[in-house]
Ligand binder design. Structure first.
Ligand code: NAD
Length: 490
């Protein structure tokens, strides 16, 4: 039954999926899952133990022996079968996404599922065209070429903000490349993970090729990172956890997709109405819980007031409420930790004299306690948490600048470097900022959330936003070993 009321009245117990079987945790522990819109229990998940995680790694190792030998065409066909099942179950998956994560069903959840399906479709094609090279060498008696091979068993750990697309970035590329996987999803969106595993099972993913272990990140997540049975790590989550994982998994190939505090720079020659509309979407999409969210806006003083008032108009039009209601355009935050962070960042700004044009506080009377008002805030102090840290909420903090040098200096004043945006009508300024900004991605006249699944996505070097590039052929490359073969002809 696809209704919230049914799940609140009949909370199910969901199992983990290890070595092709649905299993309970080794010690029988479970944890509760709730709907962020009401705070009511919707199910119970297995609190996996280190032993469960070890069993999953052993299963993935066994499965790797035969899966790594499958041909590219076989893996492409497997990915297409996954596409078929996801297509068939897409409405059900979107329902569980809203139930578990809290994003609006009609304006966001259905699109996340469509985006996820595209990832498997694209991986099924891209893997067939993963050519390698024959490299000329000095020695005339040698022939040298490269081949891509599976790395082996991947430890994949994922967050709660996109519980279908983020895991699927790793699953689609990882399976295409011939790896087997042990997956630890975020606890607050683990029902989505169980639903995705059901789809893999239905599509005939072989026993042990993808294993799902639910539970605490610092228990089962840590185990798959340190376990010598895993050969590579794919992690998307906070920078703090990412750093820990890099240390704990030292020596293994790492794909780290971490946080951001992306500035959007608005120059005085920009088209303000269209910039404001795009920026509002960058701030409020998924209630701001996106690594590429527009976390802060740097505005030329000449257009500062106009931009602020236009952003406030957009914030006033956001319909915050029940994420299953077709009229809703923004849902609750996903969990208490991110909610508390939003409250703390707003209080910090208030203490420092910031001016709130809208929001800056929890929304009341909506049935749950995780709703936060869409916020537009001016006169931000440079040392404020809004300027320095990732807020991960529906907030548009605006900071004025006078020269492009000052804009750059402000943009670089934090430790992050994921996605930056610039709004300008000048080609010269576009190129200046595209080249100078130290970020993995720079979007010009488009908000920071724009991305397509085949484009390279990741943080700039030397910053806190991650390592490596995810997206299409880039993920497949990151999740493959490149072997150099030399043949002597004599
Ligand atoms: P988090 O770091 O708290 O948790 C991420 C995952 O790591 C969860 O599954 C968690 O259970 C697990 N984990 C926690 N401690 C662990 C440990 N010691 N060892 C192993 N695993 C552990 O992050 P979150 O709050 O779930 O996600 C939000 C963060 O993710 C934000 O900072 C956001 O910017 C970032 N993010 C980045 C991208 C990207 O592509 N760069 C995309 C989405 C989210």
């Amino acid at each position: 039954m696809l209704t919230l009321a049914y799940h609140e009245q009949n909370p199910q117990i969901y199992k983990m999926h290890i070595d092709g079987r649905w299993v309970d945790s080794a010690d029988g522990g479970i944890f509760e899952s709730y709907h962020p819109g009401t705070g009511k229990t919707i199910g119970y998940l297995q609190a996996g133990t280190r032993d469960d995680a070890r069993e999953a790694v052993r299963a993935a190792r066994r499965a790797s022996e035969s899966f790594r030998e499958t041909s590219v065409w076989e893996r492409s066909a497997l990915l297409r079968r996954i596409v078929g099942v996801l297509e068939k179950r897409k409405e059900e998956l979107a329902f569980y996404l809203t139930l578990d994560q809290g994003k609006p069903y009609h304006t966001e959840a259905v699109f996340e599922i469509a985006g996820m399906i595209k990832m498997y479709e694209e991986a099924s094609e891209l893997i067939k065209w993963q050519e390698s090279s024959v490299i000329p060498v000095e020695d005339k008696n040698k022939r040298v070429f490269t081949i891509h091979q599976p790395r082996g068993v991947y430890a994949v750990i994922t967050p709660w903000n996109f519980p279908f697309t983020i895991p699927s970035e790793y699953m689609s590329a990882g399976l295409a490349a011939g790896n087997t996987i042990v997956w630890v999803p975020a606890p607050t969106t683990s029902i989505c993970a169980v639903k995705l595993m059901e789809c893999f099972e239905e599509a005939g993913v072989p026993q042990g090729v993808v294993n799902l272990v639910t539970g605490r990140g610092d228990v089962v997540g840590d185990e798959i990172v340190v376990n010598p049975g895993t050969d590579g790590i794919g992690f998307t989550g906070s920078s703090a956890t990412g750093k820990l994982i890099a240390a704990r998994g030292a020596g293994k190939p790492l794909l780290l997709e971490l946080g951001g505090n992306g500035p959007t720079i608005v120059l005085k020659d920009a088209d303000i109405p269209s910039a404001a509309a795009s920026i509002a979407s960058g701030c409020f999409f998924n209630a701001g819980q996106v690594c590429s969210s527009t976390e802060r806006i740097l505005a030329d003083v000449d257009i500062y007031d106009k931009l602020l008032s236009t952003l406030a108009d957009h914030a006033a039009r956001v319909r915050l409420g029940d994420p299953f209601d077709p009229a809703t355009t923004m849902g609750p935050l996903n969990n208490v930790q991110v909610f508390d962070k939003n409250v703390a960042h707003a209080e910090d700004a208030r203490r420092r004299g910031a001016r709130f044009l809208t929001g800056g506080k929890p929304a009341e009377g909506l049935g749950g306690s995780l709703f936060f008002e869409p916020t537009v805030v001016a006169d931000i102090d440079r040392d404020s948490l809004y300027n320095q840290e990732e807020t991960f909420g529906p907030v548009a903090p605006v900071i004025p600048f006078r020269t492009r040098e000052e804009a750059l200096e402000l943009a670089h004043a934090d430790g992050w470097g994921l996605v930056n945006s610039v709004f300008t009508n000048s080609m010269k300024e576009s190129l200046f900022f595209a080249e100078k900004l130290r970020a993995g991605i720079v979007n010009i006249n488009e908000n920071s959330n724009y991305w397509e699944p085949h484009l390279p996505f990741g943080g700039a070097s030397g910053k806190a936003s991650g390592l490596g590039r995810i997206g299409g052929k880039y993920s497949i490359m990151e999740m493959s070993d490149l072997k150099t073969v030399c043949i002597d002809l004599r």
